[in-house]
Design a protein around this ligand. Structure first.
Ligand SMILES: NC(=O)c1ccc[n+]([C@@H]2O[C@H](COP(=O)([O-])OP(=O)(O)OC[C@H]3O[C@@H](n4cnc5c(N)ncnc54)[C@H](OP(=O)(O)O)[C@@H]3O)[C@@H](O)[C@H]2O)c1
Length: 229
Protein backbone atom coordinates (compact mmCIF):
# COMPACT_ATOMS: atom_id res chain seq x y z
CA UNK A 1 0.00 0.00 0.00
CA UNK A 2 1.52 3.29 -1.13
CA UNK A 3 0.76 6.75 0.25
CA UNK A 4 0.06 8.95 -2.78
CA UNK A 5 -0.74 12.65 -3.30
CA UNK A 6 -2.26 13.73 -6.63
CA UNK A 7 -2.67 17.43 -7.41
CA UNK A 8 -5.58 18.70 -9.50
CA UNK A 9 -7.45 15.45 -9.00
CA UNK A 10 -11.07 16.56 -8.78
CA UNK A 11 -11.60 15.80 -12.49
CA UNK A 12 -9.96 14.62 -15.69
CA UNK A 13 -6.80 12.53 -15.63
CA UNK A 14 -6.04 13.24 -11.98
CA UNK A 15 -9.42 11.95 -10.89
CA UNK A 16 -9.09 8.86 -13.05
CA UNK A 17 -5.59 8.12 -11.71
CA UNK A 18 -6.96 8.52 -8.17
CA UNK A 19 -9.82 6.13 -8.89
CA UNK A 20 -7.52 3.49 -10.36
CA UNK A 21 -4.95 3.76 -7.56
CA UNK A 22 -7.48 3.52 -4.71
CA UNK A 23 -9.04 0.51 -6.49
CA UNK A 24 -5.58 -1.12 -6.33
CA UNK A 25 -5.57 -0.60 -2.57
CA UNK A 26 -3.39 2.49 -2.31
CA UNK A 27 -4.07 5.40 0.03
CA UNK A 28 -4.58 8.54 -2.06
CA UNK A 29 -4.91 12.16 -1.04
CA UNK A 30 -6.95 13.88 -3.75
CA UNK A 31 -5.81 17.48 -4.09
CA UNK A 32 -8.35 20.03 -5.24
CA UNK A 33 -8.43 23.81 -5.01
CA UNK A 34 -12.23 23.73 -4.67
CA UNK A 35 -13.58 22.21 -1.45
CA UNK A 36 -16.96 21.10 -2.72
CA UNK A 37 -15.70 19.56 -5.97
CA UNK A 38 -12.80 17.99 -4.11
CA UNK A 39 -14.96 16.39 -1.44
CA UNK A 40 -17.39 15.02 -4.03
CA UNK A 41 -14.56 13.60 -6.13
CA UNK A 42 -12.81 12.09 -3.11
CA UNK A 43 -16.00 10.36 -2.09
CA UNK A 44 -16.51 9.00 -5.61
CA UNK A 45 -12.91 7.74 -5.81
CA UNK A 46 -12.66 6.42 -2.23
CA UNK A 47 -9.81 8.85 -1.59
CA UNK A 48 -9.06 11.49 1.07
CA UNK A 49 -9.71 15.09 0.06
CA UNK A 50 -6.97 17.61 0.75
CA UNK A 51 -7.44 21.31 -0.12
CA UNK A 52 -4.61 22.23 -2.48
CA UNK A 53 -4.13 25.22 -4.77
CA UNK A 54 -0.71 24.79 -6.36
CA UNK A 55 -0.35 28.55 -6.89
CA UNK A 56 -0.72 29.32 -3.17
CA UNK A 57 2.23 28.76 -0.80
CA UNK A 58 0.02 28.61 2.31
CA UNK A 59 -2.36 26.09 0.73
CA UNK A 60 0.55 23.87 -0.35
CA UNK A 61 2.21 24.04 3.08
CA UNK A 62 -1.08 23.19 4.82
CA UNK A 63 -1.64 20.19 2.53
CA UNK A 64 1.86 18.85 3.22
CA UNK A 65 1.36 19.32 6.96
CA UNK A 66 -1.99 17.53 6.87
CA UNK A 67 -0.40 14.54 5.13
CA UNK A 68 2.52 14.56 7.56
CA UNK A 69 0.13 14.43 10.51
CA UNK A 70 -2.01 11.70 8.97
CA UNK A 71 0.71 9.44 7.63
CA UNK A 72 4.20 10.67 8.55
CA UNK A 73 5.46 10.31 4.98
CA UNK A 74 4.64 10.09 1.29
CA UNK A 75 5.68 7.40 -1.20
CA UNK A 76 4.35 8.94 -4.43
CA UNK A 77 3.72 12.53 -5.49
CA UNK A 78 1.87 13.02 -8.78
CA UNK A 79 2.16 16.60 -10.00
CA UNK A 80 -0.88 16.51 -12.26
CA UNK A 81 -2.57 19.93 -11.91
CA UNK A 82 -2.26 21.78 -15.19
CA UNK A 83 -3.86 24.37 -17.40
CA UNK A 84 -3.67 25.17 -21.09
CA UNK A 85 -4.25 28.15 -23.33
CA UNK A 86 -4.85 27.85 -27.01
CA UNK A 87 -4.49 31.27 -28.62
CA UNK A 88 -3.89 31.67 -32.34
CA UNK A 89 -0.14 31.35 -32.35
CA UNK A 90 3.20 32.51 -31.01
CA UNK A 91 2.70 36.06 -32.24
CA UNK A 92 -0.62 36.41 -30.43
CA UNK A 93 0.51 34.87 -27.14
CA UNK A 94 1.44 37.59 -24.66
CA UNK A 95 3.60 37.44 -21.54
CA UNK A 96 0.59 37.29 -19.20
CA UNK A 97 -0.56 34.08 -20.91
CA UNK A 98 2.89 32.56 -20.38
CA UNK A 99 2.96 33.77 -16.75
CA UNK A 100 -0.44 32.22 -15.96
CA UNK A 101 0.50 28.87 -17.44
CA UNK A 102 3.92 28.74 -15.83
CA UNK A 103 2.37 29.64 -12.45
CA UNK A 104 0.45 26.34 -12.46
CA UNK A 105 2.38 24.03 -14.79
CA UNK A 106 5.90 24.83 -13.57
CA UNK A 107 5.96 26.99 -10.42
CA UNK A 108 3.11 24.90 -8.98
CA UNK A 109 5.23 21.79 -9.40
CA UNK A 110 8.20 23.49 -7.73
CA UNK A 111 6.02 24.64 -4.83
CA UNK A 112 4.40 21.25 -4.20
CA UNK A 113 7.59 19.24 -4.71
CA UNK A 114 9.60 21.42 -2.33
CA UNK A 115 6.90 21.21 0.33
CA UNK A 116 6.70 17.42 -0.03
CA UNK A 117 10.45 16.69 -0.12
CA UNK A 118 10.71 15.95 3.64
CA UNK A 119 7.67 13.65 3.38
CA UNK A 120 9.13 11.86 0.37
CA UNK A 121 12.47 11.48 2.11
CA UNK A 122 10.54 9.62 4.86
CA UNK A 123 8.68 7.57 2.24
CA UNK A 124 9.29 4.05 0.94
CA UNK A 125 10.94 3.93 -2.53
CA UNK A 126 9.73 7.48 -3.16
CA UNK A 127 8.82 8.67 -6.64
CA UNK A 128 7.69 11.98 -8.10
CA UNK A 129 5.67 11.83 -11.32
CA UNK A 130 5.39 15.05 -13.27
CA UNK A 131 2.48 14.88 -15.69
CA UNK A 132 4.06 16.32 -18.83
CA UNK A 133 3.14 16.10 -22.50
CA UNK A 134 4.60 15.15 -25.85
CA UNK A 135 4.03 18.83 -26.61
CA UNK A 136 6.87 19.55 -24.17
CA UNK A 137 9.34 17.60 -26.29
CA UNK A 138 11.66 19.77 -28.42
CA UNK A 139 12.39 16.71 -30.59
CA UNK A 140 8.76 15.71 -31.24
CA UNK A 141 7.48 19.23 -31.86
CA UNK A 142 10.37 19.77 -34.35
CA UNK A 143 9.69 16.55 -36.28
CA UNK A 144 7.27 17.18 -39.20
CA UNK A 145 6.38 13.47 -39.24
CA UNK A 146 4.94 13.69 -35.72
CA UNK A 147 1.42 14.90 -34.81
CA UNK A 148 2.95 17.13 -32.09
CA UNK A 149 4.58 19.23 -34.85
CA UNK A 150 1.25 20.18 -36.39
CA UNK A 151 -0.11 21.67 -33.24
CA UNK A 152 2.04 23.80 -30.96
CA UNK A 153 0.29 26.03 -28.40
CA UNK A 154 3.40 27.99 -27.55
CA UNK A 155 2.92 28.79 -23.85
CA UNK A 156 1.67 25.29 -22.98
CA UNK A 157 4.52 23.63 -24.93
CA UNK A 158 7.06 25.91 -23.25
CA UNK A 159 5.72 25.18 -19.77
CA UNK A 160 5.91 21.42 -20.34
CA UNK A 161 9.42 21.67 -21.85
CA UNK A 162 10.47 23.56 -18.71
CA UNK A 163 8.79 20.87 -16.59
CA UNK A 164 10.86 18.23 -18.38
CA UNK A 165 14.07 20.10 -17.56
CA UNK A 166 12.90 20.48 -13.94
CA UNK A 167 12.41 16.70 -13.79
CA UNK A 168 15.99 16.10 -14.89
CA UNK A 169 17.41 18.66 -12.48
CA UNK A 170 15.46 17.31 -9.51
CA UNK A 171 16.54 13.77 -10.42
CA UNK A 172 20.18 14.89 -10.30
CA UNK A 173 19.74 16.79 -7.04
CA UNK A 174 17.80 14.09 -5.15
CA UNK A 175 19.13 10.65 -6.15
CA UNK A 176 17.23 9.04 -3.25
CA UNK A 177 13.93 9.96 -4.99
CA UNK A 178 12.96 8.78 -8.48
CA UNK A 179 11.65 11.50 -10.80
CA UNK A 180 9.72 10.79 -14.01
CA UNK A 181 8.08 13.09 -16.53
CA UNK A 182 5.17 11.12 -17.98
CA UNK A 183 3.19 11.96 -21.09
CA UNK A 184 -0.39 10.67 -20.98
CA UNK A 185 -2.16 9.81 -24.21
CA UNK A 186 -4.39 12.51 -25.68
CA UNK A 187 -7.62 12.25 -23.67
CA UNK A 188 -11.04 13.83 -23.65
CA UNK A 189 -10.95 16.23 -20.70
CA UNK A 190 -11.82 19.88 -20.05
CA UNK A 191 -8.22 20.77 -20.93
CA UNK A 192 -8.47 19.36 -24.46
CA UNK A 193 -12.02 20.56 -25.09
CA UNK A 194 -12.99 16.89 -24.78
CA UNK A 195 -10.99 15.89 -27.86
CA UNK A 196 -9.08 12.63 -27.56
CA UNK A 197 -9.50 9.12 -26.25
CA UNK A 198 -10.85 7.74 -22.97
CA UNK A 199 -9.27 8.88 -19.71
CA UNK A 200 -9.21 5.30 -18.42
CA UNK A 201 -6.44 4.23 -20.79
CA UNK A 202 -4.76 7.65 -21.03
CA UNK A 203 -3.50 7.47 -17.45
CA UNK A 204 -2.02 3.97 -17.77
CA UNK A 205 1.57 5.26 -17.88
CA UNK A 206 1.00 7.51 -14.85
CA UNK A 207 -0.55 4.68 -12.82
CA UNK A 208 2.20 2.24 -13.86
CA UNK A 209 4.90 4.70 -12.80
CA UNK A 210 3.13 5.27 -9.48
CA UNK A 211 3.00 1.61 -8.54
CA UNK A 212 6.45 0.62 -9.90
CA UNK A 213 8.80 -0.56 -7.20
CA UNK A 214 11.93 0.29 -9.19
CA UNK A 215 13.05 2.04 -12.34
CA UNK A 216 15.33 4.72 -13.75
CA UNK A 217 15.19 8.33 -12.60
CA UNK A 218 15.25 11.51 -14.70
CA UNK A 219 13.19 9.95 -17.50
CA UNK A 220 10.57 11.16 -19.97
CA UNK A 221 8.18 8.42 -21.06
CA UNK A 222 4.77 7.48 -22.39
CA UNK A 223 2.86 4.20 -22.07
CA UNK A 224 4.83 2.58 -24.91
CA UNK A 225 8.28 3.61 -23.69
CA UNK A 226 10.81 6.46 -23.49
CA UNK A 227 10.19 9.71 -25.39
CA UNK A 228 12.87 11.97 -26.86
CA UNK A 229 13.42 15.24 -24.95
N1 LIG B 1 -5.88 15.51 -21.44
C1 LIG B 1 -4.82 15.28 -22.21
O1 LIG B 1 -4.94 14.83 -23.36
C2 LIG B 1 -3.44 15.55 -21.68
C3 LIG B 1 -2.35 15.18 -22.47
C4 LIG B 1 -1.07 15.41 -22.01
C5 LIG B 1 -0.89 15.98 -20.76
N2 LIG B 1 -1.96 16.34 -19.99
C6 LIG B 1 -1.71 16.92 -18.65
O2 LIG B 1 -2.46 16.17 -17.72
C7 LIG B 1 -2.73 16.99 -16.60
C8 LIG B 1 -4.22 16.90 -16.27
O3 LIG B 1 -4.92 17.45 -17.36
P1 LIG B 1 -6.45 17.06 -17.70
O4 LIG B 1 -6.47 16.80 -19.14
O5 LIG B 1 -6.94 16.06 -16.75
O6 LIG B 1 -7.14 18.48 -17.46
P2 LIG B 1 -8.43 18.92 -16.64
O7 LIG B 1 -9.52 17.91 -16.74
O8 LIG B 1 -8.68 20.33 -17.04
O9 LIG B 1 -7.92 18.86 -15.12
C9 LIG B 1 -6.95 19.77 -14.66
C10 LIG B 1 -6.93 19.72 -13.15
O10 LIG B 1 -5.95 20.67 -12.68
C11 LIG B 1 -6.57 21.47 -11.67
N3 LIG B 1 -5.96 22.76 -11.47
C12 LIG B 1 -5.88 23.81 -12.33
N4 LIG B 1 -5.29 24.86 -11.70
C13 LIG B 1 -5.02 24.45 -10.43
C14 LIG B 1 -4.43 25.06 -9.31
N5 LIG B 1 -4.01 26.34 -9.34
N6 LIG B 1 -4.28 24.34 -8.17
C15 LIG B 1 -4.70 23.06 -8.12
N7 LIG B 1 -5.30 22.44 -9.13
C16 LIG B 1 -5.44 23.13 -10.28
C17 LIG B 1 -8.03 21.58 -12.11
O11 LIG B 1 -8.85 22.03 -11.04
P3 LIG B 1 -10.20 22.90 -11.29
O12 LIG B 1 -11.28 21.90 -11.61
O13 LIG B 1 -10.39 23.59 -9.99
O14 LIG B 1 -9.92 23.83 -12.43
C18 LIG B 1 -8.29 20.13 -12.52
O15 LIG B 1 -8.53 19.34 -11.39
C19 LIG B 1 -2.25 18.39 -16.96
O16 LIG B 1 -0.99 18.63 -16.39
C20 LIG B 1 -2.14 18.35 -18.47
O17 LIG B 1 -1.21 19.27 -18.96
C21 LIG B 1 -3.24 16.14 -20.43
Amino acid sequence: MKRILITGANKGLGFEATRQLTALGHRVWLGSRDKQRGEQAAQAAAARFVPLDVTDDASVAAAAEEIRQESGGLDVLINNAGIAAFPDGAGQTDADTFRNLFEVNLFGVVRVTQACLPLLQDGRLPVVINVSSGLGSLALVSDPARPEAAYSPVAYCSSKAALNMLTVQYAKSFPEIRFAAISPELAATDLTGFRGGPVESAVSAVVAAAVAEAGPTGIFAAADGPLPW
